[in-house]
Design a protein around this ligand. Structure first.
Ligand SMILES: C[S@@+](CC[C@H](N)C(=O)[O-])C[C@H]1O[C@@H](n2cnc3c(N)ncnc32)[C@H](O)[C@@H]1O
Length: 331
């Protein structure tokens, strides 16, 4: 078994620096898929000229954004600065969305800081005239640890907005229907919901309890990344709100989950990240999927060709991570 994961890259900037020479993109550059139509740009989501570089005159049917949540994993801004920044990339997105389109935004609420930035973001969104609030989805984000003095924080919020009248294809969970009931007369005959239903499984509502959070034992895990979303969640969004051949955009790529889902379901994806290392990981993840049908590098890492299967430098970093984390838990 391989045993060569990268530690969380936000914790070790010096390791990130070592990866830079292996990144195909520098700031401002765009990778064009030689075997398909996707694009990956090392660009700034809040810079309209940057976004125009990758979009050209194309309009997207679906946008799925997962920005930093103004919490610990990324730099924290003052709340009003953060919301002003969000408004910028939302307006840019709106400009590049087609007449009938959907926008999904992952966001968090810091319960230690008045639940910022989620409510502030929702209020800001009311000022974007074209976009109509449609649903407030919660993904159960089970972590298996939590404080003894509060309810364990296991939610991940996902906001759904629409512009015009976009498609929406009902999605089903893997949970079988077991409850009978809700009788209705159809053609003079009394039927119950299980007979009338289009699927033996429960329809997906706006609380998603059937999707497993990404953690190191999952095949899809991309070591080095620290805010990766489960591919199953992206698949659900892509299938519900786009059709084959549609253009999907994601301005915060990180591990490239949206791109992977688009590749799998025949959509084109333009995705950007302002960090060349995450752009490279996104491109490598697409290549891995195409070459080996794998979703991630189980027990290894996106740069395994450079580091080799048994690298001492990586071993040192992962053991440092273990020590850093165990020291953290002492406080
Ligand atoms: C929360 S992560 C996205 C996770 C992603 N959905 C996944 O499944 O891997 C946010 C990403 O946004 C990037 N980012 C932060 N500020 C940005 C900006 N102004 N423009 C583009 N990308 C940005 C970060 O480098 C990070 O990789």
């Amino acid at each position: 078994m391989k045993k060569n994961p990268l530690p969380r890259l936000d914790k070790y900037p010096e390791l990130k620096k070592e990866l830079l020479p292996y990144c195909r993109l520098k700031r401002g550059e765009i990778w064009k898929d030689p075997f398909g139509n996707h694009k990956v740009g090392c660009l700034d989501a809040a810079d309209d000229r940057d976004v125009k570089k990758i979009m050209g005159t194309k309009q997207a049917r679906l946008a799925i954004h997962d920005p930093p949540y103004n919490q610990v994993a990324f730099k924290e801004k003052k709340l009003n600065e953060y919301i002003t920044w969000c408004k910028k990339w939302v307006e840019i997105t709106n400009h590049h969305l087609s007449e009938n389109s959907s926008l999904y935004i992952w966001l968090g609420a810091d319960q230690k800081k008045g639940f910022q930035p989620l409510p502030d973001f929702m209020i800001m969104m009311r000022s974007i005239e074209d976009l109509k609030a449609r649903s407030f989805i919660t993904l159960r984000n089970q972590r298996g640890y939590g404080t003894q003095k509060n309810w364990m924080a296991i939610r991940q919020e996902l906001l759904y907005y629409t512009k015009g009248n976009p498609c929406f294809v009902v999605q089903y969970t893997d949970i079988p229907k077991i409850l009978r009931g809700y009788y209705k007369k159809i053609g003079g005959k009394v039927t119950e919901n299980i007979i009338r239903g289009k699927s033996k499984n429960i329809r997906s509502g706006n609380v998603w309890v059937d999707i497993q959070q990404v953690f190191y034992r999952r095949e899809e895990n991309v070591s080095g990344c620290y805010t990766q979303k489960p591919i199953k969640a992206l698949d659900r969004i892509v299938l519900a709100s786009s059709k084959k051949g549609d253009l999907v955009i994601d301005f915060f790529a990180h591990s490239g989950t949206t791109l992977l889902s688009c590749e799998h379901f025949g959509r084109t994806c333009y995705t950007i990240d302002n960090d060349p290392v995450f752009c490279e990981i996104t491109i490598r993840r697409l290549e891995l999927f195409r070459n080996k049908r794998l979703l991630g590098w189980q027990n290894s890492n996106p740069f395994e060709d450079i580091f080799g299967p048994d690298n001492n430098l990586l071993k040192e970093y992962t053991s440092r991570q273990r020590t850093d984390y165990s020291q953290l838990s002492l406080f």
